[in-house]
Design a protein around this ligand. Sequence first.
Ligand code: AG3
Length: 280
Amino acid sequence: MRLRFAEPQVEGLELSCEVRAVLHSETTPYQQLAVLDTVTYGRMLVLNGAIQTTIVDEFTYHELIAHVPLCAHPDPQRLLIIGGGDGGAVREALKHPSVQRVDLVEIDGRVVEASRRFLPELAAGLDDPRVNVLVADGIAHVQGHQGAYDVIIVDSTDPVGPAIGLFSPEFYAAVRRALTAEGILVAQTESPFFNRSLIARAYGAVSSIFPRSGLYWGVIPTYPSGMWTFTAGSLAHDPSRPQAGRAASLKGKTKYYTEAVHQAAFALPPFVQELLEGPC
Ligand code: AG3
């Protein structure tokens, strides 16, 4: 029997995968959660029918969301990750020797449990002594932690359900207050083909709240359109410039990120650049 899973990505388009086995499926208090073993992308985490991460392509996303802010900061010690319950961003962050503490604030504890069990390649870092896993609301957490973090990473789902508030100007302003003087924010901000007004709004908000900002992109084959953006806001340093030596220290430890890729990721094709010029 041939089993298939399809994510309806946008109207008229699905990404359909052949499934070897359904490893896990449950309804949590927040969402429908499934872990599938797929023929092409290996094990896959699916939340409310949307592909979150797969064993085969997860490195591109997790390296970009973690190493860009961590290399743009001269000495990141305290890090907050909101969402990211699979542990992929934590795993990458722990490659930086300067990082002393990572608070992972994930609203749905079942995502963490399922990832520990079925995605150990991503979740292993969650047991590191530097990591503090909190099952809590990220918005309330940033509001209660002023001046606490050098880097804040927002590794959220699409802007639906509990994640909507993670794309709002009020939230970005609270993130700014939760950062230290040289702090940097990076948030995942969806596809430049399919989520254009969301990107324009998110970038517009971040660039009005932070003295420095930038939009960068990478390739994530299992996300809608395969091209994905991240929005950076920074209190002191240019997010597009890796600090001397920091990227070099990751040599041999990454499959996507390098110093040249970091800088190139901020080079925007005109159809993406125009999103920075205002609402569309
Ligand atoms: N967070 C972003 C997933 C967005 C995917 N959207 C979709 N498939 N429609 C991923 C979390 C990985 N740590």
